[in-house]
Design a protein around this ligand. Sequence first.
Ligand code: ADE
Length: 225
Amino acid sequence: MRIDIITVLPELLKSPFEASILKRAIEADLVEVHFHNLRDYTSDRYKSIDDTQFGGGAGMVMMVEPIDKCISALKAERDYDEVIYMTPDGNTLNQGIANQLSLQENIIILCGHYKGVDQRVRDQFITREISIGDYVLSGGELGAAVLCDAVIRLIPGVLGNETSALTDSFQDNLLAPPIYTKPREYKGWKVPKLLFSGNLPEIEKWREEQAYLRTKERRPDLLDD
Ligand code: ADE
């Protein structure tokens, strides 16, 4: 998979890709991540990427031209499955969207700033708009990092244990059940006995029940779908 991220603040985005699972995925060639600084696609001496709104109103708007130049240059090199715009008015990211995107070959992610991008960018280029939640960030970069993390860990081979992504919360519309490790007892706080009984079918049944109970209590909306 190849991910091209278009941003005015590449330095804000880079560190998540330089540590941990994302770094290993890149080093293992399971994913390529490229950053493109929008200011490299400007044509004036001030490297302007934004201007005031037509019709008046507070806040700057990201201009069409640098974004067009950047996306068109990328598209001239290869086909893209999705051109994603990070924006608070997009579809809220969930595990289903992450699963879909993890199957794609090439994607572009455009990070918005200020009031956002000129609507013509959205009309002409964007195939999907994604929000990471109902709050406003100062730019799309942190959202793009969240999206990339959620997607990249699903690419086969990225996680050590192939099954571990399948047992995550949300993969079956349920939250994950409680988990425990050694010691069996700490300060009198005990691990449920069943978990070291060796009775795998009973343990599996217990986990399913716990996942259901936790979901019913914390996220009943997930059970409605
Ligand atoms: N840009 C600003 N706020 C955002 C959000 N909530 N999700 C994605 N991109 C954003």
